[in-house]
Design a binder for this molecule. Structure first.
Ligand SMILES: Nc1nc2c(ncn2[C@@H]2O[C@H](COP(=O)(O)OP(=O)(O)OP(=O)(O)O)[C@@H](O)[C@H]2O)c(=O)[nH]1
Length: 453
Protein backbone atom coordinates (compact mmCIF):
# COMPACT_ATOMS: atom_id res chain seq x y z
CA UNK A 1 0.00 0.00 0.00
CA UNK A 2 2.79 2.40 1.01
CA UNK A 3 4.53 1.82 -2.33
CA UNK A 4 1.38 2.92 -4.19
CA UNK A 5 1.50 6.35 -2.55
CA UNK A 6 3.55 9.04 -4.31
CA UNK A 7 6.93 9.88 -2.71
CA UNK A 8 7.28 13.51 -1.73
CA UNK A 9 10.53 14.91 -0.41
CA UNK A 10 8.83 16.92 2.32
CA UNK A 11 10.10 17.51 5.81
CA UNK A 12 8.29 15.77 8.64
CA UNK A 13 7.01 19.13 9.88
CA UNK A 14 5.54 20.05 6.47
CA UNK A 15 3.94 16.62 6.12
CA UNK A 16 2.38 16.89 9.57
CA UNK A 17 0.98 20.36 8.87
CA UNK A 18 -0.35 19.23 5.48
CA UNK A 19 -1.99 16.18 7.09
CA UNK A 20 -3.64 18.28 9.80
CA UNK A 21 -4.85 20.84 7.25
CA UNK A 22 -6.29 18.24 4.87
CA UNK A 23 -7.93 16.34 7.74
CA UNK A 24 -9.34 19.50 9.22
CA UNK A 25 -10.53 20.78 5.83
CA UNK A 26 -12.21 17.48 4.99
CA UNK A 27 -13.89 17.10 8.40
CA UNK A 28 -14.99 20.75 8.40
CA UNK A 29 -16.43 20.38 4.89
CA UNK A 30 -18.30 17.17 5.80
CA UNK A 31 -19.58 18.35 9.20
CA UNK A 32 -20.33 21.86 7.86
CA UNK A 33 -22.16 20.49 4.80
CA UNK A 34 -24.27 18.08 6.85
CA UNK A 35 -25.03 20.76 9.43
CA UNK A 36 -26.01 23.25 6.72
CA UNK A 37 -28.22 20.68 5.02
CA UNK A 38 -29.94 19.76 8.30
CA UNK A 39 -30.43 23.39 9.25
CA UNK A 40 -31.97 24.16 5.86
CA UNK A 41 -34.31 21.20 6.18
CA UNK A 42 -35.37 22.22 9.68
CA UNK A 43 -35.71 25.84 8.59
CA UNK A 44 -37.90 24.88 5.64
CA UNK A 45 -40.07 22.72 7.90
CA UNK A 46 -40.55 25.64 10.30
CA UNK A 47 -41.36 27.98 7.41
CA UNK A 48 -43.88 25.50 6.08
CA UNK A 49 -45.47 24.98 9.51
CA UNK A 50 -45.80 28.73 9.97
CA UNK A 51 -47.30 29.17 6.52
CA UNK A 52 -49.78 26.33 7.20
CA UNK A 53 -50.75 27.91 10.49
CA UNK A 54 -51.39 31.27 8.80
CA UNK A 55 -53.31 29.65 5.99
CA UNK A 56 -55.44 27.71 8.48
CA UNK A 57 -56.13 30.92 10.43
CA UNK A 58 -57.13 32.69 7.23
CA UNK A 59 -59.48 29.85 6.23
CA UNK A 60 -61.04 29.75 9.71
CA UNK A 61 -61.53 33.54 9.68
CA UNK A 62 -63.01 33.38 6.16
CA UNK A 63 -65.52 30.71 7.21
CA UNK A 64 -66.28 32.52 10.47
CA UNK A 65 -66.85 35.82 8.67
CA UNK A 66 -69.02 34.54 5.82
CA UNK A 67 -70.46 31.32 7.30
CA UNK A 68 -69.38 29.18 4.36
CA UNK A 69 -66.95 29.12 1.44
CA UNK A 70 -69.71 29.67 -1.12
CA UNK A 71 -71.10 32.70 0.80
CA UNK A 72 -67.67 34.20 1.13
CA UNK A 73 -66.93 33.83 -2.60
CA UNK A 74 -69.95 35.95 -3.34
CA UNK A 75 -68.48 38.86 -1.31
CA UNK A 76 -64.70 38.71 -1.86
CA UNK A 77 -62.04 36.26 -2.99
CA UNK A 78 -60.05 34.37 -0.38
CA UNK A 79 -56.75 35.99 -1.48
CA UNK A 80 -58.14 39.51 -1.02
CA UNK A 81 -59.56 38.50 2.35
CA UNK A 82 -56.23 37.10 3.57
CA UNK A 83 -54.28 40.17 2.39
CA UNK A 84 -56.74 42.44 4.12
CA UNK A 85 -56.49 40.67 7.44
CA UNK A 86 -52.75 40.24 7.63
CA UNK A 87 -50.17 42.96 8.45
CA UNK A 88 -47.41 43.42 5.79
CA UNK A 89 -44.29 41.25 6.32
CA UNK A 90 -41.37 42.95 8.11
CA UNK A 91 -38.00 43.09 6.38
CA UNK A 92 -34.47 43.05 7.75
CA UNK A 93 -33.63 46.40 6.26
CA UNK A 94 -32.59 47.80 9.64
CA UNK A 95 -29.69 45.32 10.03
CA UNK A 96 -28.49 44.21 13.44
CA UNK A 97 -29.57 41.10 15.33
CA UNK A 98 -32.53 39.43 13.69
CA UNK A 99 -35.55 38.84 15.93
CA UNK A 100 -37.46 35.56 15.63
CA UNK A 101 -40.06 35.64 12.84
CA UNK A 102 -43.26 36.69 14.62
CA UNK A 103 -45.17 38.07 11.61
CA UNK A 104 -47.50 36.01 9.49
CA UNK A 105 -45.78 34.94 6.30
CA UNK A 106 -47.39 35.51 2.85
CA UNK A 107 -48.80 32.48 1.23
CA UNK A 108 -49.90 31.81 -2.27
CA UNK A 109 -53.06 29.78 -1.93
CA UNK A 110 -53.15 29.03 -5.63
CA UNK A 111 -56.34 30.83 -6.35
CA UNK A 112 -55.31 31.23 -9.93
CA UNK A 113 -58.54 31.83 -11.78
CA UNK A 114 -60.53 33.85 -9.28
CA UNK A 115 -60.50 37.56 -8.73
CA UNK A 116 -58.46 38.56 -5.71
CA UNK A 117 -56.75 35.20 -5.62
CA UNK A 118 -53.57 36.13 -7.64
CA UNK A 119 -50.14 35.32 -6.05
CA UNK A 120 -48.51 38.24 -4.20
CA UNK A 121 -45.98 40.46 -5.99
CA UNK A 122 -42.23 39.88 -5.37
CA UNK A 123 -41.01 41.00 -1.96
CA UNK A 124 -39.65 44.56 -2.02
CA UNK A 125 -36.65 43.42 0.02
CA UNK A 126 -35.21 41.44 -2.96
CA UNK A 127 -33.15 38.31 -2.38
CA UNK A 128 -34.02 34.71 -3.03
CA UNK A 129 -37.54 34.22 -4.42
CA UNK A 130 -39.07 30.85 -5.06
CA UNK A 131 -42.65 29.91 -5.85
CA UNK A 132 -44.60 30.40 -2.60
CA UNK A 133 -46.27 27.59 -0.79
CA UNK A 134 -49.57 26.82 -2.35
CA UNK A 135 -52.28 24.97 -0.53
CA UNK A 136 -54.77 22.48 -1.76
CA UNK A 137 -58.08 23.36 -0.14
CA UNK A 138 -60.97 20.91 -0.11
CA UNK A 139 -64.33 21.22 1.54
CA UNK A 140 -65.54 18.87 4.26
CA UNK A 141 -66.98 16.77 1.40
CA UNK A 142 -63.46 16.38 -0.15
CA UNK A 143 -64.25 18.53 -3.20
CA UNK A 144 -61.73 21.15 -4.34
CA UNK A 145 -62.62 24.70 -3.36
CA UNK A 146 -60.37 26.50 -5.85
CA UNK A 147 -58.17 25.93 -8.88
CA UNK A 148 -54.75 24.42 -8.16
CA UNK A 149 -53.49 21.96 -10.76
CA UNK A 150 -54.51 19.27 -11.27
CA UNK A 151 -57.77 20.22 -9.51
CA UNK A 152 -60.55 22.54 -10.66
CA UNK A 153 -63.21 23.78 -8.30
CA UNK A 154 -65.58 20.95 -7.38
CA UNK A 155 -63.18 18.13 -8.33
CA UNK A 156 -63.17 15.25 -5.82
CA UNK A 157 -59.89 14.62 -3.96
CA UNK A 158 -57.73 11.89 -5.31
CA UNK A 159 -56.88 8.94 -3.08
CA UNK A 160 -53.12 9.61 -3.22
CA UNK A 161 -53.66 13.18 -1.90
CA UNK A 162 -56.20 12.33 0.78
CA UNK A 163 -53.63 10.88 3.21
CA UNK A 164 -51.58 14.12 3.22
CA UNK A 165 -54.51 16.39 4.05
CA UNK A 166 -54.88 17.93 7.47
CA UNK A 167 -58.32 19.01 8.69
CA UNK A 168 -59.22 22.64 9.43
CA UNK A 169 -61.59 22.88 12.39
CA UNK A 170 -64.00 25.60 13.45
CA UNK A 171 -65.94 25.15 16.66
CA UNK A 172 -64.71 21.54 16.74
CA UNK A 173 -66.22 20.88 13.33
CA UNK A 174 -64.22 20.03 10.20
CA UNK A 175 -64.83 22.84 7.72
CA UNK A 176 -62.13 21.97 5.19
CA UNK A 177 -59.04 19.90 4.38
CA UNK A 178 -55.75 21.39 3.28
CA UNK A 179 -52.19 20.44 2.33
CA UNK A 180 -49.17 22.64 1.34
CA UNK A 181 -47.53 22.34 -2.09
CA UNK A 182 -44.24 23.63 -3.53
CA UNK A 183 -41.20 25.29 -1.97
CA UNK A 184 -41.03 28.00 0.69
CA UNK A 185 -40.81 31.59 -0.34
CA UNK A 186 -38.23 33.12 2.00
CA UNK A 187 -38.92 36.48 3.53
CA UNK A 188 -36.13 39.03 3.89
CA UNK A 189 -35.93 38.04 7.52
CA UNK A 190 -35.44 34.39 6.52
CA UNK A 191 -32.78 35.39 4.01
CA UNK A 192 -31.05 37.35 6.76
CA UNK A 193 -31.06 34.28 8.99
CA UNK A 194 -29.68 32.09 6.21
CA UNK A 195 -27.01 34.62 5.30
CA UNK A 196 -25.94 34.92 8.97
CA UNK A 197 -25.80 31.13 9.18
CA UNK A 198 -23.61 30.88 6.06
CA UNK A 199 -21.32 33.64 7.32
CA UNK A 200 -20.94 31.84 10.65
CA UNK A 201 -20.09 28.60 8.88
CA UNK A 202 -17.46 30.29 6.65
CA UNK A 203 -16.02 32.16 9.65
CA UNK A 204 -15.92 28.98 11.74
CA UNK A 205 -14.22 27.08 8.93
CA UNK A 206 -11.61 29.82 8.39
CA UNK A 207 -10.89 30.05 12.11
CA UNK A 208 -10.66 26.26 12.32
CA UNK A 209 -8.13 26.19 9.48
CA UNK A 210 -6.07 29.00 11.01
CA UNK A 211 -6.07 27.17 14.35
CA UNK A 212 -5.04 23.94 12.60
CA UNK A 213 -2.17 25.76 10.89
CA UNK A 214 -0.91 27.19 14.20
CA UNK A 215 -1.31 23.83 15.96
CA UNK A 216 0.36 22.04 13.03
CA UNK A 217 3.35 24.40 13.19
CA UNK A 218 3.63 23.96 16.95
CA UNK A 219 3.25 20.15 16.95
CA UNK A 220 5.34 19.72 13.80
CA UNK A 221 8.18 21.76 15.29
CA UNK A 222 7.99 19.89 18.57
CA UNK A 223 7.95 16.42 16.97
CA UNK A 224 10.51 17.09 14.27
CA UNK A 225 12.97 18.81 16.64
CA UNK A 226 13.88 15.53 18.41
CA UNK A 227 14.09 13.70 15.09
CA UNK A 228 16.25 16.50 13.62
CA UNK A 229 18.77 15.95 16.44
CA UNK A 230 18.80 12.22 15.69
CA UNK A 231 19.15 12.73 11.93
CA UNK A 232 22.04 15.18 12.42
CA UNK A 233 23.78 12.81 14.83
CA UNK A 234 23.45 9.85 12.46
CA UNK A 235 24.85 11.94 9.60
CA UNK A 236 27.78 13.04 11.79
CA UNK A 237 28.44 9.37 12.64
CA UNK A 238 28.43 8.55 8.95
CA UNK A 239 31.09 11.23 8.45
CA UNK A 240 33.31 9.65 11.10
CA UNK A 241 32.42 11.45 14.35
CA UNK A 242 31.27 8.28 16.13
CA UNK A 243 30.65 9.62 19.65
CA UNK A 244 27.32 11.47 19.37
CA UNK A 245 24.82 12.35 22.09
CA UNK A 246 21.34 13.75 21.44
CA UNK A 247 19.14 15.35 24.12
CA UNK A 248 16.44 13.06 25.58
CA UNK A 249 13.44 15.37 25.85
CA UNK A 250 10.63 12.94 26.63
CA UNK A 251 9.71 9.41 27.71
CA UNK A 252 7.80 8.64 24.53
CA UNK A 253 9.00 6.53 21.59
CA UNK A 254 11.26 9.34 20.32
CA UNK A 255 12.79 9.67 23.81
CA UNK A 256 13.39 5.89 23.98
CA UNK A 257 14.92 6.05 20.49
CA UNK A 258 17.23 8.90 21.59
CA UNK A 259 18.35 6.95 24.67
CA UNK A 260 19.01 3.82 22.59
CA UNK A 261 20.89 5.91 20.02
CA UNK A 262 23.11 7.48 22.73
CA UNK A 263 23.97 4.04 24.13
CA UNK A 264 24.64 2.65 20.66
CA UNK A 265 26.84 5.62 19.70
CA UNK A 266 28.85 5.23 22.95
CA UNK A 267 29.31 1.54 22.34
CA UNK A 268 30.36 1.97 18.71
CA UNK A 269 32.80 4.76 19.64
CA UNK A 270 34.27 2.64 22.46
CA UNK A 271 34.64 -0.44 20.27
CA UNK A 272 36.15 1.64 17.49
CA UNK A 273 38.67 3.16 19.94
CA UNK A 274 39.62 -0.36 21.18
CA UNK A 275 39.95 -1.51 17.59
CA UNK A 276 42.11 1.49 16.70
CA UNK A 277 44.41 0.88 19.67
CA UNK A 278 44.69 -2.81 18.80
CA UNK A 279 45.44 -1.86 15.23
CA UNK A 280 48.17 0.58 16.36
CA UNK A 281 49.67 -2.09 18.63
CA UNK A 282 49.58 -4.65 15.85
CA UNK A 283 51.25 -2.21 13.46
CA UNK A 284 53.96 -1.43 16.03
CA UNK A 285 54.51 -5.14 16.63
CA UNK A 286 54.64 -5.80 12.91
CA UNK A 287 57.23 -3.03 12.48
CA UNK A 288 59.21 -4.49 15.39
CA UNK A 289 59.01 -7.95 13.84
CA UNK A 290 60.11 -6.59 10.51
CA UNK A 291 63.05 -4.84 12.16
CA UNK A 292 63.94 -7.96 14.16
CA UNK A 293 63.87 -10.04 11.02
CA UNK A 294 66.58 -7.76 9.64
CA UNK A 295 68.76 -7.92 12.78
CA UNK A 296 71.20 -10.38 14.23
CA UNK A 297 69.97 -11.59 17.60
CA UNK A 298 73.40 -11.74 19.30
CA UNK A 299 75.09 -8.50 18.24
CA UNK A 300 72.08 -6.38 17.25
CA UNK A 301 73.76 -5.59 13.92
CA UNK A 302 71.89 -5.99 10.63
CA UNK A 303 71.89 -9.53 9.30
CA UNK A 304 73.04 -11.01 6.03
CA UNK A 305 69.62 -10.81 4.36
CA UNK A 306 69.31 -7.07 4.95
CA UNK A 307 72.93 -6.50 3.97
CA UNK A 308 72.54 -8.37 0.67
CA UNK A 309 69.36 -6.48 -0.21
CA UNK A 310 70.83 -3.07 0.57
CA UNK A 311 74.16 -3.76 -1.14
CA UNK A 312 72.45 -4.92 -4.32
CA UNK A 313 70.95 -1.42 -4.53
CA UNK A 314 74.24 0.30 -3.60
CA UNK A 315 76.02 -1.68 -6.29
CA UNK A 316 73.38 -0.94 -8.96
CA UNK A 317 73.48 2.76 -8.10
CA UNK A 318 77.27 2.88 -8.10
CA UNK A 319 77.41 1.21 -11.52
CA UNK A 320 74.71 3.38 -13.05
CA UNK A 321 76.13 6.69 -11.82
CA UNK A 322 79.76 5.50 -11.94
CA UNK A 323 80.27 6.22 -8.30
CA UNK A 324 82.85 4.52 -6.03
CA UNK A 325 81.68 1.68 -3.81
CA UNK A 326 83.65 -0.73 -1.62
CA UNK A 327 82.81 -3.81 0.40
CA UNK A 328 84.89 -5.43 3.18
CA UNK A 329 84.59 -8.96 4.60
CA UNK A 330 86.37 -9.63 7.92
CA UNK A 331 86.90 -12.69 10.07
CA UNK A 332 88.19 -13.06 13.64
CA UNK A 333 91.55 -14.79 13.71
CA UNK A 334 91.64 -18.16 15.41
CA UNK A 335 88.21 -17.69 16.86
CA UNK A 336 87.80 -21.40 17.35
CA UNK A 337 90.60 -21.37 19.89
CA UNK A 338 88.86 -18.47 21.71
CA UNK A 339 85.87 -20.68 22.19
CA UNK A 340 87.98 -23.60 23.08
CA UNK A 341 90.29 -21.80 25.51
CA UNK A 342 87.93 -19.35 27.20
CA UNK A 343 84.41 -20.75 26.70
CA UNK A 344 81.64 -20.25 24.16
CA UNK A 345 80.21 -17.41 26.30
CA UNK A 346 83.53 -15.54 26.03
CA UNK A 347 83.35 -16.12 22.28
CA UNK A 348 79.88 -14.57 22.25
CA UNK A 349 81.10 -11.60 24.26
CA UNK A 350 83.92 -11.11 21.75
CA UNK A 351 81.42 -11.16 18.91
CA UNK A 352 79.26 -8.54 20.66
CA UNK A 353 82.17 -6.23 21.43
CA UNK A 354 83.52 -6.51 17.91
CA UNK A 355 80.03 -5.57 16.65
CA UNK A 356 80.14 -2.44 18.83
CA UNK A 357 83.65 -1.56 17.62
CA UNK A 358 82.55 -1.91 14.01
CA UNK A 359 79.44 0.16 14.54
CA UNK A 360 81.37 2.94 16.29
CA UNK A 361 84.30 2.95 13.90
CA UNK A 362 82.34 3.24 10.70
CA UNK A 363 80.48 6.30 9.37
CA UNK A 364 76.73 6.56 9.57
CA UNK A 365 76.48 6.10 5.83
CA UNK A 366 78.40 2.79 5.98
CA UNK A 367 76.45 -0.40 6.45
CA UNK A 368 77.74 -2.89 9.04
CA UNK A 369 76.35 -6.43 9.37
CA UNK A 370 77.13 -9.80 10.87
CA UNK A 371 77.45 -12.04 7.87
CA UNK A 372 77.43 -15.34 9.79
CA UNK A 373 79.49 -17.10 12.50
CA UNK A 374 82.54 -14.93 13.25
CA UNK A 375 82.36 -13.11 9.88
CA UNK A 376 81.36 -9.43 9.59
CA UNK A 377 80.85 -7.24 6.52
CA UNK A 378 80.95 -3.50 5.91
CA UNK A 379 79.65 -1.71 2.80
CA UNK A 380 81.16 1.70 1.97
CA UNK A 381 78.89 3.66 -0.41
CA UNK A 382 80.59 6.57 -2.22
CA UNK A 383 83.97 5.32 -1.00
CA UNK A 384 86.91 4.37 -3.20
CA UNK A 385 89.60 1.82 -2.41
CA UNK A 386 92.02 4.32 -0.88
CA UNK A 387 89.57 5.69 1.65
CA UNK A 388 88.02 2.31 2.38
CA UNK A 389 91.47 0.84 3.01
CA UNK A 390 92.23 3.67 5.44
CA UNK A 391 89.01 2.88 7.33
CA UNK A 392 89.81 -0.86 7.39
CA UNK A 393 93.36 -0.29 8.56
CA UNK A 394 92.11 1.99 11.32
CA UNK A 395 89.61 -0.72 12.30
CA UNK A 396 92.28 -3.39 12.31
CA UNK A 397 94.41 -1.33 14.67
CA UNK A 398 91.39 -0.48 16.83
CA UNK A 399 90.56 -4.19 17.28
CA UNK A 400 94.17 -5.11 17.91
CA UNK A 401 94.58 -2.46 20.63
CA UNK A 402 91.15 -2.95 22.22
CA UNK A 403 91.32 -3.79 25.95
CA UNK A 404 90.29 -7.43 25.49
CA UNK A 405 91.74 -8.26 28.89
CA UNK A 406 88.54 -6.79 30.33
CA UNK A 407 86.79 -9.84 28.90
CA UNK A 408 89.56 -12.21 29.89
CA UNK A 409 93.12 -11.36 31.07
CA UNK A 410 94.74 -13.67 28.49
CA UNK A 411 92.48 -12.70 25.58
CA UNK A 412 94.03 -11.24 22.42
CA UNK A 413 91.86 -10.54 19.31
CA UNK A 414 92.84 -9.58 15.80
CA UNK A 415 90.87 -9.62 12.58
CA UNK A 416 91.74 -10.25 8.94
CA UNK A 417 89.98 -8.35 6.12
CA UNK A 418 89.46 -8.64 2.39
CA UNK A 419 88.50 -5.36 0.71
CA UNK A 420 87.04 -5.09 -2.82
CA UNK A 421 86.29 -1.78 -4.65
CA UNK A 422 85.83 -3.17 -8.16
CA UNK A 423 82.42 -2.01 -9.30
CA UNK A 424 83.09 -3.30 -12.81
CA UNK A 425 82.33 -6.80 -11.67
CA UNK A 426 79.13 -8.39 -12.91
CA UNK A 427 77.23 -8.18 -9.62
CA UNK A 428 77.47 -7.45 -5.96
CA UNK A 429 77.86 -11.22 -5.30
CA UNK A 430 80.96 -11.18 -7.48
CA UNK A 431 82.33 -8.29 -5.40
CA UNK A 432 81.65 -10.23 -2.23
CA UNK A 433 83.36 -13.32 -3.67
CA UNK A 434 86.35 -11.16 -4.55
CA UNK A 435 86.42 -9.79 -0.97
CA UNK A 436 86.22 -13.36 0.35
CA UNK A 437 89.17 -14.37 -1.82
CA UNK A 438 91.16 -11.40 -0.51
CA UNK A 439 90.22 -12.38 3.07
CA UNK A 440 91.49 -15.86 2.34
CA UNK A 441 94.68 -14.25 1.14
CA UNK A 442 94.94 -12.21 4.34
CA UNK A 443 94.53 -15.37 6.43
CA UNK A 444 97.25 -17.07 4.52
CA UNK A 445 99.36 -13.94 4.56
CA UNK A 446 99.73 -14.17 8.33
CA UNK A 447 96.35 -12.81 9.60
CA UNK A 448 95.73 -9.37 11.23
CA UNK A 449 95.95 -7.95 7.70
CA UNK A 450 93.84 -5.94 5.22
CA UNK A 451 94.16 -7.36 1.71
CA UNK A 452 92.92 -5.38 -1.30
CA UNK A 453 92.80 -6.04 -5.03
N1 LIG B 1 80.95 -18.41 20.54
C1 LIG B 1 80.55 -18.45 19.27
N2 LIG B 1 81.25 -19.13 18.36
C2 LIG B 1 80.89 -19.18 17.08
C3 LIG B 1 79.66 -18.60 16.68
N3 LIG B 1 79.54 -18.79 15.32
C4 LIG B 1 80.61 -19.53 14.92
N4 LIG B 1 81.40 -19.74 15.98
C5 LIG B 1 82.64 -20.47 15.98
O1 LIG B 1 83.61 -19.80 15.18
C6 LIG B 1 84.60 -20.77 14.85
C7 LIG B 1 85.10 -20.55 13.48
O2 LIG B 1 86.29 -21.24 13.37
P1 LIG B 1 87.00 -21.54 12.02
O3 LIG B 1 86.02 -21.28 10.90
O4 LIG B 1 87.59 -22.84 12.06
O5 LIG B 1 88.14 -20.48 11.94
P2 LIG B 1 89.07 -19.86 13.01
O6 LIG B 1 89.14 -20.66 14.16
O7 LIG B 1 88.51 -18.45 13.25
O8 LIG B 1 90.39 -19.75 12.24
P3 LIG B 1 90.70 -18.80 11.11
O9 LIG B 1 89.44 -18.21 10.53
O10 LIG B 1 91.39 -19.58 10.09
O11 LIG B 1 91.54 -17.73 11.70
C8 LIG B 1 83.90 -22.11 15.06
O12 LIG B 1 84.51 -22.81 16.14
C9 LIG B 1 82.47 -21.79 15.37
O13 LIG B 1 81.95 -22.70 16.32
C10 LIG B 1 78.91 -17.90 17.64
O14 LIG B 1 77.86 -17.34 17.37
N5 LIG B 1 79.38 -17.88 18.91
Amino acid sequence: MATLLPRWNLSLRTELIACLLVTSLASTAIVGGLTYQRLMKKFNTLVMQEASKNFTNDVQKYFKTYGSWEEGQKVEGFRAFSERHRPPPRTDAGGGVLPPPAEPRPVGPGLVAQPGNQPPPPSPGGGLHRPPFRFYLFGADYRSLFTLAPYKPGDPIRDEDRARMFPILLDEKVIAYSSPQGEPNYSDLDLGYLSAMRESLVLGTTMGLALTLVLGLFLGNRLSRSLRHLTGAVQAMGEGALRQQVPVESDNEVGVLAQAFNRMSDEIARQYEDLRQSHTQIEAMAAQMRELSLRDALTGLHNRRHFDNQCAQFFASAQRYERPFSVMLCDIDHFKSVNDRFSHATGDEVLCRLGEILQQSMRGSDLVARYGGEEFVVAFPETDLVHAREACESLRQHVETYPWHEVHPDLRITISMGLCSDTNLASFDRMLEAADALLYRAKHGGRNLVCTD
